[in-house]
Design a protein. Structure first.
Length: 234
């Protein structure tokens, strides 16, 4: 089979990229900001412009446009982040490109027919100061190829949060949305060992994209959806 070459647009520090690499893809990342800990070939620049100029050089494209204006943060921000337009612009550009693509964003984003993935589907979590806590990090993935979740969500027990603000001093939901792990707890929960706290807060767990990358490779090689759980469309 020819080399599976994937462009990860808006790659940040490479959580999604690592999962695709684990699934057998050769990954190249592009982001407008420097990413000194990105673990693969990296290009600094505008993601949309890079896709226009180089997208047809890749087997497939993954993209994670800024999610701030689609997330729950939009209800507490006085002004919008101003990046909401980038999601639809990215989907439109990738559709025009005609390559297989996967676009990721947060729950609340306009991604019809997207698959929702959660840390509980993959057994992700961390041994925290008060015992095991589950990662329940929901993300949407839309594609022009067949994708499915490995199983339904399996929410159980206490949750470890991985987002901005650092570890909270109390273990209840009144504390900035719930318990936020220490640096080591966050790293364990995400399955990522090379990122800073802020980078982890923006990252996609590699387990998610390894699962998706395997399905994408299977579809390219066989023309058939990968076998597995088929009823987890968002």
């Amino acid at each position: 089979m020819p080399e599976l070459l994937l462009l990860d647009a808006y790659c940040k520090a490479g959580g999604a990229s690592a999962g695709y690499a684990q699934a057998g893809w050769t990954v190249v990342g592009v982001d407008k900001e420097p990413q000194p800990r990105y673990p693969f070939e990296f290009h600094r620049g505008d993601a949309l412009d890079f896709i226009r100029r180089h997208g047809d050089e890749f087997t497939a494209v993954a993209a994670s446009p800024p999610c701030t204006d689609h997330s729950r943060l939009r209800t507490v921000r006085r002004e919008p982040h101003g990046s909401a337009w980038m999601l639809q612009a990215t989907v439109d550009l990738l559709a025009e490109l005609g390559r297989p693509y996967i676009v990721e964003n947060v729950v609340g984003a306009a991604l019809p027919h997207a698959v929702v993935l959660c840390g509980s589907m993959f057994g992700l979590g961390a041994e925290c100061r008060d015992g095991w806590r589950q990662l329940q990090r929901h993300r949407l993935f839309a594609s022009n190829t067949p994708l499915h979740a490995p199983r339904a969500c399996r929410h159980a027990g206490r949750v470890v949060g991985v987002y901005g603000g650092g570890p909270s001093p109390r273990y209840d939901k009144r504390t900035r949305g719930g318990y936020q792990g220490t640096a080591a707890e966050r790293s364990q929960a995400m399955g990522i060992g090379w990122m800073t706290r802020d980078e982890l807060g923006q990252a996609i767990p590699p387990a998610y994209t390894e699962h998706l990358g395997q399905q994408l490779a299977h579809w390219l090689s066989t023309g058939q959806p990968a076998p597995g759980h088929q009823d987890s469309l968002w």
